[in-house]
Every structure is written in structure tokens, then in C-alpha cells.
Design a protein around this ligand. Structure first.
Ligand SMILES: Nc1nc2c(c(=O)[nH]1)N[C@H]1C(S)=C(S)[C@@H](COP(=O)(O)O)O[C@H]1N2
Ligand SMILES: [Mo]
Length: 258
């Protein structure tokens, strides 16, 4: 799909397709379902369903181009709430901690917290929304994921040097992150990972992250539900194919967009 296509065009084309589906439905819902399940598979997914997810992606990318932002708040409104300790049962030794980065053009990297602190620093006060039905405004500081990506050089689709800020669409389409022993893990679409409000946070309220909030490094992405905001990151991998995702395996939505 041409991603420079306007969302209105995508919608118009979708409604033309909807008309076709409606026509099928007149012939009986069972008939329409038969048409779906008998349709050719595309990358392991039934073609009509694949089309839906492609449209979802295209619409989101348009939102990103237009500068869609999650709300930000005054720092005085920031509070605290902790949820989820998968992969965090034992305290982490922050001094011994290292971040492994895979899927790069120049080979694997091992980074220290100081390496991350040397990258451009960003602060944001945003709302974390948990799918369980609560939300909490919190203040974070760290490096924007897009600046991190620019510093490490992820693999690209074209094979040319990565330019995550100028040409984000050339970066391979998925990002995988996991806790040091791989107990909790998320996969993300690269467009959302490169969103300007997505940060690798190492501070909360101006102090190093507590163990509960994901010391020494966690993901903060207010454009997605809390369960994608992985705490205690030990590994980041840029990927061509969609990697596994902890909560998606339990039936939660993979995209998890807000
Ligand atoms: N490693 C790890 N990260 C995690 C979780 C978890 O269980 N383990 N839970 C997620 C969920 S469901 C939520 S809502 C947020 C909560 O982040 P907080 O504790 O900083 O509020 O962390 C996310 N990151
Ligand atoms: Mo959550």
C-alpha cells in the first residue's frame, strides 16, 4: 500500500470494499464468512484480515505525520502508581546491568546506563493508561527512542544507512524488547516506537527509576496501553518479522493503540 495515500482515499476504498461485503452478506452471512475463510492467505493471514491490519497501519502512520500527540501535563500533577512485576521478582543489580541491542547495521552492541545518559535527554509528563481501567499521570526523563535509534543505527529495508529522524519508514518494521532473563517481552510497530513521545526512561520525578517502576531503564509510550510500557529492559532488537509479545499471547490486542 502506498502510505502517502490520504486516509480519506483509504476510507473511500474501504467503503467500496464494504459494499462488496454487504452484497455478499445479502447472499447470507454464512456465505460471506465462507468467502473470508476461503480467501487466499497472505503472510499466514487471511487476505481480508490482512487488508484490515494494513489499513490500520496506514491510518496510524498518517496520524503520526500530522503530529498527533498524547496529552501532556504540568509536572505538579504527576503522581505514582505501580502495576505489574513480571520479570522483576528479584531486584536488579543496577551497576552490573547492561543493555544488549540487536538488529543493527554495525553488529550487536552492549550499552551502559552512562551510554544512554550521553544521548539527548528528554523529559515528559504524560498519562499511563492501564487496560485494567485506571490511569496515572507520571513524570519521566530519558532518551527519545527515535534519538536512541539514530545513535545505534538499526537495520533498514533499503540496506542504506539508517536515518530514523529523516526517513523513519526505512527502518525495519518491528522492535522487540525484553527483561534481562526474557520473562516479560513486548513487540512494537516501529512507527509507534519512533513516535516523538516514546522514550527510554531512566528517571522518574528527577530521580533514578525505583525497582518497582523498572530500574534502571523502562519504556514510556503514552500512545499505547500500559502493558506495552515494558519495565527493566535488558534487550532491544530491531526486526524484519513481528516478534512475540507477552500479553498478545494471552489474547490482548497486539497494536494496543490509544
Ligand atoms: N517487566 C514488566 N514491565 C511491565 C509490566 C510487567 O508486569 N513487567 N506490566 C505492564 C503494565 S500492565 C503496566 S500498566 C505498566 C505499569 O507501569 P508502572 O508500574 O510504572 O505504573 O507496566 C507495564 N510494564
Ligand atoms: Mo496494565
Amino acid at each position: 500500500m502506498d502510505n502517502d495515500e490520504r486516509s480519506e482515499d483509504i476510507m473511500r476504498r474501504m467503503s467500496r470494499r464494504s459494499f462488496l461485503w454487504a452484497a455478499l452478506a445479502v447472499g447470507g452471512t454464512a456465505g460471506a464468512w465462507q468467502a473470508i475463510v476461503r480467501s487466499p492467505k497472505d503472510k499466514g493471514m487471511l487476505a481480508p484480515l490482512r487488508e484490515m491490519s494494513e489499513v490500520n497501519r496506514a491510518l496510524w502512520e498518517r496520524l503520526f505525520r500530522e503530529g498527533s500527540r498524547a496529552p501532556t501535563f504540568d509536572r505538579s500533577l504527576a503522581g505514582s502508581r505501580v502495576n505489574g512485576r513480571v520479570g522483576m521478582r528479584q531486584p536488579v543489580d543496577v551497576d552490573a546491568w547492561r543493555l544488549r541491542v540487536l538488529g543493527l547495521q554495525g553488529g550487536d552492541r552492549v550499552l551502559t546506563l552512562d551510554d544512554l545518559r550521553a544521548m539527548p535527554r528528554t523529559e515528559e509528563t504524560t498519562e499511563l493508561k492501564c487496560v485494567e481501567g485506571w490511569s496515572q499521570i507520571m513524570n519521566w526523563a530519558g532518551v527519545r527512542f527515535v534519538d536512541f535509534a539514530a545513535a545505534v543505527g538499526p537495520r533498514t529495508i533499503s540496506g542504506r544507512p539508517a536515518d530514523p529522524l529523516g526517513n523513519p519508514r526505512d527502518v525495519v518494521p518491528y522492535v522487540f524488547m525484553q527483561t534481562p532473563k526474557g520473562t516479560y517481552f513486548v513487540s512494537l510497530d516501529t512507527a509507534s516506537a519512533l513516535h516523538p513521545q516514546t522514550i527510554l526512561a531512566y528517571e522518574k520525578d528527577g530521580a533514578p527509576l525505583s525497582q518497582d517502576h523498572g530500574a534502571p531503564l523502562r519504556l514510556v509510550m503514552p500512545v499505547k496501553y500500559g502493558y506495552k510500557n515494558i519495565k527493566r529492559i535488558g534487550l532491544i532488537r530491531f526486526a524484519e518479522e513481528r516478534p512475540k509479545d507477552y500479553w498478545t499471547e494471552d489474547g490482548y490486542d497486539w497494536y494496543a493503540g490509544l
